[in-house]
Structures are given as structure tokens and as C-alpha cells.
Design a protein. Sequence first.
Length: 495
Amino acid sequence: MANGNFKIKPMNIETGGILIAVLNQSDARKHDFRSGDRILIKKGKKEITAVLDVTSLPRTLANGKLGLFQEVIEHLKAKKNDEVTIHFAGKPESLVYIKQKLHGKVLNQKELHSIVDDITNDRLTDIEKTAFVMGGYMNGFNKQETVYLTKSMVETGETLSFKGTVLDKHCIGGVPNNRTSMIVAPIVAAAGLIMPKTSSRAITSPAGTADTMECLAKVELSKKKIEKVIQKFGVCLVHGGSMKLAPADDKIIEIERPLSIDAEGQLLASVMAKKHSVGAKVVLIDIPIGPSTKSKNRSEANKLKKKFVQLGKALGMKVKVILTDGSEPIGNGVGPLLEARDVLAILQHTDAAPKDLREKSLMMAGILLELSGKVKKGKGYHRAKYLLDSGLAWQKMYDIIQAQGKQKMPYLGKYSFDVKSSRKGKVKSINNLVIAKLARTCGAPFDKGAGLYLYKKKKDKVEVGDVLFTMYAYSDEKMLQAKKILINQKSFEIK
């Protein structure tokens, strides 16, 4: 039964997720609504559940008006003065399951699907989503829960489907640059295989694959456009967030980020849900080991490796996990434009091509070629090298750029500063966290031409006055802030 008829007043405010409606105090009392109640809003055949806020200021909202934040307006496809009815909706059933998880209960498929569905459709407040994240962080997810969580993330979002064996790869992160996807994907596609590479933007790093690829081509593509590009060229390099692939994952990450937590079960589900949603049957996972990565040592990495393989098997996917050196940046550039330049240098065989990024990419592409059955075991690296050195991989990247929509390259930050060695010796270590912090302080990833270019790596000999790296920024103020970090935090250790 309807609690009242109201006319819409757009509030012209975005929340970034949660769905909010507003009544004035008089109307709220009349219909027995309270701030924080959930209400079902109906407009013709469209309906949505929103969280109610109540204002005591008559000038904000007149009687008979229902204020709607932008997300609700878009869901209902509504406009000013459209008529809606509202009903008391009550709290979602998933809150019962979230509370149980906080108390350590193992959740079943129905319960986890209910939670994920409510997260996907913005039926939970930030506090309620935080409770779920903390429940998973404190009590963990067992093997079966992780499978259910992964499947629920896939089922509540969009999926892609292609003929043939679909390949994919993922790096767990924590290493600046490491931009292997933009080299591996064109090599794999040049071999006649399918690789729909949906990547993320930076969360805490100076650049994500999507940020870097955006220096060359458009990455915010529709599902229809992505399918068209892949059907023609076998590969794409796009932002996964532009489609609703496992959308609950992105909403959970938004909660985890400010808390600086990452439950292992959530990490596994996050990675594998995105791979499952694009129809991947063969997946290569890169787990870097180092002080700034999720796996600090080989023992931790091997435990995570085992869980990835088990989850892949449960999802019907062939998963290969490699453990790699994550103790220093891979490549020379750190920041979207500088990383894009590294990628182009490798694909186009210029003298600026960083050897470490090239070799790692060839190794990973070779493994994927062998796993696909396209290349005999032990021959993958050599085949990948031929596809790269012959220019076939660059041709494939060129085709992708044109198909996705070529972008004008951003300009390099005009403010620069050389960081020089104050002593003679060898580079013993590089602090990834400080390098990443410096690049972000310079403006990366939002200022695409900001970041760092490294001239020295571990074991390199240095003389007094040698340039270790150069910082680039779009503003003098950001460069000044980066210089201040150099005073208190050591980026290079030389002995």
C-alpha cells in the first residue's frame, strides 16, 4: 500500500553510489517516516529502493515534494515534477547475514548472493557495506565461501562470451610500472588467440593499465563496442569499470581503500570474478614477492598461489601462477604517460625499451601461448619473441588503438627535477613505496604526464652526481611537495 504520492525535485547532488531520497519533516511525520528508513519509490513500471533523509528546512523541500539524488534520478529515468509513489520498504534481509558474518558464521551461497546483490544494486549504506568488509577481514572466507562470493559477483553483473579459448592475465600489484598487459595482450592476439583485457584504474599506485592505455586510446567502451573490437582483432585493452563486470567488486574496493585492508578471500574473488565474467578459460596470475607487495616472502606467495589454483578449478578455469621479483620497479617510467612510452618502445623496438619489462612480458606471453595449446611446451618464449620482434604485436596494438579510438598523447610535465646520487657504489635496493608516493605526489595518475623516469636499477654502479631518476609534474607546487618527501624518505639505497 502506498504511503503517499509525491512530485520529484532533483537535488542535483551525486553520492557516488548510495541511493538517497529526501522528504521534509512535515511530510515525514505525516506518513510516519524517519531518517534512515528505506523506501520503495515507484514511477510507472520502474521502481527502486532508496535510503530516506529528512530535512527540517522548508526552503529546501516543499510539502508534496520528494527530493532525489542524481543516482536515483538516473535509475528511474525521471525528471522534475514527475509523479511517484513511495512505500516503506524495511531493511534488506542481507543485513542479517552480514551480522552473522561479523560473528564468524560461515555463509552459504544464498546468503552471500543476497549480500552481493544488495551491494551491486546500492541497497546498502556505506556503514552496512563496511560491516560486511570487516566481517570478511576479521573472520576470513573459507574455500567454499570464496567460490560462492566469486560466482555471486559474476552473476550480479554483465558477462562477455566469445568463441574459442579465451585467455587472461592478472598481476596482484605492489610494483611500480609492471605494465606487462599492454605487451602480452598484443603478442597473444598476434598468435590468433582471444584476450579481452579489462583492466582497472589506479587505486593506490601511480598508474593502472587503464590509465596508461588511455594515453594512447579510449578505454571507456560499451559492451557492444568491446565485443566488436574483440571479434575483429581478438583483443582489447579497456577499463573494466566502463562495463558492469562484477560491479560489486568495485563497490567493495571503495570501502577497503580508506581502511587499507584487503581480505584474502575478497582478493581472490575480486580477481577471479573479473576473469570469469569475460569468459576466460586460461588465466595467468603474477604474484610479485617483495616488501611492498601483498606477499612479502615465498611462503606467503605459495599459499596464495595454491588458493588461486583451487578457485580456478572450482570455476572451470585453468590457472597458472608465477612468483616474480617485486623488490624494485619494472620498466623505467612510473606514471601513465611514462609507462605508455615504455610499452611503445618495446613494441616498436627502440633503444629506450626497458629490458626487464620486455623480458617479463615475453616470459608471460610464452606461458599463455603454451597453456592455450597453440604452441608446444618449451617453445612459447621463442614464439612470443618472434611475434614481438617481427612487428606483428605492434601491428596488433596499432589496430587496437585505432579500433578503440586513438587519443592525443598527453604532454610530459614541464616541471622536472633530477634526483642524483650523493655517493659512489652500487644500488642495493629501491623502495617501491617511496617511488610510488613520489610519482603520485607529482600528480600521477590524474596528471597523465606526471611521474618518474628511472635511470638506475638494483646492482647498477653509480658515481657521485649520477642521475638516479627524474621527477615530472604539471605544477611547481606539486614538485615542491615531492621534493619535501625526498628529505625524509629514502628512495634508493647505495652501498
